[in-house]
Design a binder for this molecule. Structure first.
Ligand code: ZN
Length: 190
């Protein structure tokens, strides 16, 4: 393939990605178009890396791969693993697929995933990040793309929220139909 042809294809992919703004398209439509029959996540967090096909059309969820993803997204401070929301993994996977289509191949860098209520309380700006507590949120960045662009893309794929914090080096992505926590996390019942 010539370089010109390749850049033409890339340009078209980019155009296709930009067509996202069509008003009749829901985040689900966009996400479905990006997810293939094998959903693979490539994640990095510090020295740890995971590449895991957590779902395939043939056999559904792969328990070991899913747990590997959950392990990487664990609460490091509390040393706790949580069953992460499937929809969140799909949003991350769709985002990764979209990034690949526009020529960004770096893995998703995880800054935070699941948080216990205690860890969340100690986290700066955590009131808005409460979905971490229920395994429905991740703070991410990707080498080769600005956080602003990443947040724009995430906001077009997720059903929950996307947060961009000035001066912070990550984008908050969450999912879920219900806002479970509003404001500061409430005290757990005794
Ligand atoms: Zn967050």
């Amino acid at each position: 393939m010539t370089a010109g042809k390749f850049s033409e294809i890339r340009r078209r992919c980019f155009k296709a990605a930009e067509a996202k703004a069509a008003p009749e398209q829901t985040p689900e439509d966009r996400l479905r178009a990006l997810l293939s029959e094998r959903r693979t996540l490539r994640l990095v967090r510090g020295d740890e890396k995971v590449e895991a096909t957590y779902w395939s059309a043939d056999s559904g969820y792969n328990r070991d791969s899913y747990l590997n993803v959950c392990w990487l997204l664990r609460d490091l401070q509390a040393d706790r693993v949580f069953p992460m929301n499937h929809g969140l993994l799909d949003v991350l996977c769709g985002l990764q697929s979209w990034l690949t289509r526009i020529g960004v191949h770096a893995p998703l860098r995880i800054h935070s995933g699941y948080r216990t209520a205690n860890t969340n309380k100690r986290t700066e700006g955590a009131a808005l990040d409460s979905r971490h507590i229920v395994g429905r949120a991740a703070d991410i960045s990707v080498v080769g793309i600005s956080n602003l662009k990443l947040a724009q893309m995430a906001s077009l794929l997720g059903r929950g929220g996307t947060g961009l914090y000035p001066g912070r080096n990550f984008v908050h992505v969450d999912t879920g139909d219900e806002r479970i926590w509003i404001g500061r996390p409430r005290k757990k019942p005794a």
